[in-house]
Ligand binder design. Structure first.
Ligand code: ADP
Length: 303
C-alpha cells in the first residue's frame, strides 16, 4: 500500500502545536456520538477553535490513512465540501492509539435548495477526471482501502463489470459462505456467473464516494451537503446512487435533480439491488445473521 498523503505525528499535542503554534493547547475533549467503528471527539483549543478527531487502536492507523486519501480525492474534484484533514499518527497519551485530526463541520441549517445542490455537486464529483486514480478509462483503485471496518479489495480493471465481480462481490461472498450454507453458496456462484447479463459498462468512469448513506453526509456551515467517511474508488456512478437508496434518507428532489444533471442509463432500477448486495454482504460479514434474509432476497431477485 502506498498511503503517502497523511502527515503523521507521535502525539496529538505535537500535532496541534505544529498546526496552530505552541501557545495553543487542548482545552477540552468531548465525545461525539454516531460512528460505529472509531471513537469520535470534538477537541476545543485554547483559542476557542474546534477540531474533529477520530481514534482507534494503534494497528488501525491504516483506516485513517485511507480515509485521508479518500477525502483528498473528493476534495480534489472541487465539486463538494469535505472536511480538510490536518494530520494523523499514533499517540501514546490521550488516546493510546491511532488518531486523525480534521476540520470540524459545524452543522447549520440546510439551505433552501439543499437537495438539488447536493445532487448537482454529486453529479459533478461523478463527472470529474479519474486519471489520477486509474489509467484513463479504467476502473478500481491502485490499492485496497476500507468499507466500514472491513477491507475493500481494489485493483485496476479495464472492465467495470469484471471489477465489480472480482473486487466487490467475490471477496464478500467468500467471507459469507459460512453464513449462506450449501444452497446459498450455489445461488451465489450462479449469480456471479450471470453478472455480465445484469450489469452494464458505464458511459465513463466516475470517482465514487463508495459508502454513500445518509450517515456519511453532514450539513456544512454553508448550509450545503458535505461528505465524510468515504471508501473511494473509480466505478459506475450508479453504484453511489444505489447506496443512497439502501437505507434511505435522501429526498425525491435529490434524485430528480441528479437525473437532470446526469441522465442515467436505462435499466438502473434493475441493477440497483446488485450494487447494494455488496453492502449487504459487508454488513452480514461485519454484523452477522440479521442481514442474511436481505442477502438471500437480493440473490433470488436475479436468479
Ligand atoms: P466512523 O468512522 O466510526 O463511522 P464517522 O466518520 O461516521 O465515524 O463519524 C462519527 C460521527 O462524528 C458522525 O456521525 C458525525 O456526526 C460526526 N463527524 C464526522 N466527521 C465530522 C467532522 N469532520 N466534523 C464534525 N463532526 C463529524
Amino acid at each position: 500500500m502506498d498511503f503517502t498523503l497523511l502527515q503523521q505525528f507521535t502525539s496529538i499535542e505535537d500535532a496541534i502545536a505544529s498546526f496552530f503554534g505552541s501557545r495553543v493547547k487542548i482545552a477540552g475533549m468531548d465525545r461525539v456520538s454516531g460512528g460505529d467503528i472509531n471513537q469520535a471527539y470534538r477537541l476545543t483549543l485554547s483559542d476557542g477553535a474546534h477540531i474533529f478527531m477520530k481514534s482507534n487502536k494503534k494497528e488501525n492507523l491504516s483506516f485513517f490513512t485511507a480515509e485521508a486519501e479518500g477525502l483528498a480525492a473528493i476534495a480534489k474534484t472541487g465539486a463538494i465540501g469535505v472536511p480538510h484533514v490536518l494530520c494523523g499518527g499514533v499517540d501514546e497519551g490521550r488516546v493510546k492509539g491511532s488518531f486523525l485530526l480534521m476540520e470540524f463541520i459545524e452543522g447549520k441549517m440546510r439551505k433552501k435548495d439543499y437537495w438539488e445542490t447536493f445532487a448537482y455537486q454529486l453529479a459533478a464529483v461523478h463527472r470529474a477526471e479519474t486519471a489520477d486514480y486509474t489509467a484513463k478509462g479504467a476502473y478500481g483503485f491502485a490499492h485496497d482501502n476500507f468499507i466500514g471496518a472491513g477491507k475493500q479489495k481494489n485493483k485496476v480493471y479495464d472492465s467495470w463489470i469484471s471489477f465489480f465481480r472480482e473486487c466487490r462481490l467475490e471477496p464478500q461472498f467468500e467471507k459469507a459462505f459460512h453464513f449462506l450454507g450449501t444452497e446459498g453458496k450455489k445461488k451465489a456462484l450462479r449469480l456471479l456467473d450471470r453478472i455480465d447479463h445484469i450489469l452494464v459498462e458505464p458511459e465513463h468512469p466516475s470517482l465514487l464516494h463508495g459508502d454513500l448513506w445518509s450517515g456519511n453526509v453532514m450539513v456544512g456551515e454553508d448550509g450545503k451537503a458535505w461528505l465524510i467517511d468515504p471508501a473511494v474508488y473509480v466505478g459506475h456512478a450508479e453504484a453511489d446512487l444505489a447506496m443512497t437508496e439502501l437505507f434511505g434518507g435522501f429526498s425525491k428532489a435529490f434524485y430528480d435533480a441528479y437525473r437532470e444533471a446526469a441522465p442515467m442509463q436505462p435499466g438502473y432500477e434493475r441493477r440497483r439491488s446488485l450494487y447494494n448486495l455488496y453492502h449487504l454482504l459487508n454488513h452480514l460479514n461485519m454484523f452477522g445473521l440479521s442481514y442474511l434474509p436481505s442477502v438471500i432476497g437480493v440473490m433470488e431477485e436475479y436468479l
